[in-house]
Design a protein around this ligand. Structure first.
Ligand code: GLU
Length: 438
């Protein structure tokens, strides 16, 4: 297969515009991911050749995506699909649309998918895709044409048995529907198993939309049981109000928890008596932003990390908790709804301060877990009710949490290290059994 290389990789950008508070390396997700890998590998005494293989994604595809814009011009976007590792099964991972997508970011996100699937024991490797674009400034027609051309360009490496995309930042069910249709039109028959997070009408799964937020809730509930704190009396702050943050907020509120702060890209709000999450969702639908929601105090986006709360759920982008603000975090527990929200530098500060971090590769694994259920249902052409989906999700997340918590206590390591140790052990076993071809 001929695959273009990443010859045009742009320099990694500092995602969270941090006014120079974090350096290039702290802001580079791939560098951060490799620090995490090295730390766990050293602790476990993992064979060097396995570490070396994981430092090199299996396949990197860079594509040019020409799109006819509404004004008649043609704009060429740059897109990527990275398959980090396939030792445990087909590659799996979302597609992100964002102006600051970079090759290093997509590589890191693909690596975290490899780790995540191993941690919750799904028979998948890890992948991720991204297109450098700003969907907020594009029409729906432009987004559809971008999606279809990007799908066509990456269709040389995706497929139900090869690599199965899904939603991520700024992509949704409709976009997954277009991925499914474009791929299906190319091969001449419907292939629902090529993508997950699709609409129900074309082979999606009940419960997929809320799955990541639900998983975040399950791990927090387990943590409260093992740490002996009362979840209902523990104020929660959520950074990000997209699919993960919004559904997490809803599910925490449904279980009687108090959500005191929420932010999205437009701003943040705080109310120590608790925010009515459903009212806020209705408000946003009408006003397109949460920043001016009247029944709460306005805060800056960056302030969310520092509000008084017990549980902090970063559910936005990478590197939002860094060495410059980790000391100001008031929460006792951080549950990572986003991928890579905490830098290694921040991890050290938080650990010194006794803040417990439930890592992304466990905390947000609910999404890919229900993606796996969706793929299984598509392959069998037999669909489950929502109760079954949620019950199976709970089983997997709770079991994974307990396995990791046991390592955390037994080996006196933080939960990120414990999760990496569990995932890397499974991955290394697969790498060894398969051996080296030829
Ligand atoms: N984008 C999600 C993640 O980062 C879901 C991936 C999937 O369902 O394949 O885990």
């Amino acid at each position: 297969m001929s695959v273009k290389t990443n010859a045009r990789t742009p320099k990694s950008k500092t995602k969270a515009n941090l006014n120079g508070t974090i350096g290039v390396l702290e802001a580079n997700p791939w560098h951060q991911a490799m620090l995490q890998l090295d730390r766990a590998a050293n602790r476990m005494g993992l064979e060097q050749y396995i570490v070396e293989r994981l430092r090199h994604p299996k396949r990197i595809l860079t594509v040019s995506v020409p799109v006819k814009m509404d004004d008649g011009s043609v704009k060429v976007f740059e897109g990527y699909r990275v398959q980090h590792n396939l030792d445990r099964g087909p590659a799996k991972g979302g597609i992100r649309y964002h102006p600051q997508v970079s090759m290093d970011e997509v590589k890191a996100l693909a690596f975290w998918m490899t780790m995540k699937c191993a941690v919750v024991n799904l028979p998948y490797g890890g992948a991720k895709g991204g297109v450098i674009c700003n969907p907020k400034e594009m029409s729906i027609g432009e987004i559809e044409r971008l999606t279809r051309r990007y799908t066509a360009e990456i269709s040389i490496i995706i497929g139900p048995d090869k690599d199965i995309p899904a939603p991520d930042v700024n992509t949704n069910e409709q976009i997954m529907g277009w991925v499914m249709d474009t791929y299906s039109m190319t091969i001449g028959y419907s292939a629902p198993g090529v993508v997950t997070g699709k609409p129900l009408e074309v082979g999606g799964s009940l419960g997929r939309r809320e799955a990541t937020g639900r998983g975040v809730f399950y791990v927090t509930r387990e943590l409260s049981g093992l740490h002996g704190f009362d979840l209902r009396n523990s104020p929660v702050a959520i950074q990000g109000f997209g699919n993960v943050g919004m559904n997490a907020a809803k599910i925490f509120a449904q279980h009687g928890c108090k959500v005191v702060a929420i932010s999205d890209v437009t701003g943040g709000i705080y109310n120590d008596h608790g925010i009515d999450v459903n009212a806020l969702i209705e408000w946003r639908a009408k006003h397109d932003s949460i920043a001016k929601y009247p029944k709460a105090e306005r805060i800056d986006v960056d302030q969310l990390i520092e509000v008084p709360c017990d549980i902090l759920i970063p559910a936005a982008m990478e590197n939002t908790i860094h060495h410059g603000n980790a000391n100001r975090v008031k929460a006792k527990y951080i549950i990572e709804g986003a991928n890579g929200p905490t830098t290694s530098e921040a991890d050290k500060i938080l650990s010194r301060r006794g803040v417990i971090v439930v890592p992304d590769i466990l905390a947000n694994a609910g999404g890919v877990t229900v993606s796996y259920f969706e793929w299984v249902q598509d392959i069998q052409a037999l669909f489950w009710d929502e109760k079954t989906v949620n019950a199976k999700l709970q089983d997997i997340i709770v079991k994974s949490f307990r396995d990791i918590f046991e390592i955390h206590q037994r080996d006196k390591v933080d939960m990120r290290l414990a999760a990496f140790m569990l995932g890397l052990k499974r991955l290394a076993a697969a790498v060894k059994i398969r051996g080296l071809f030829p």
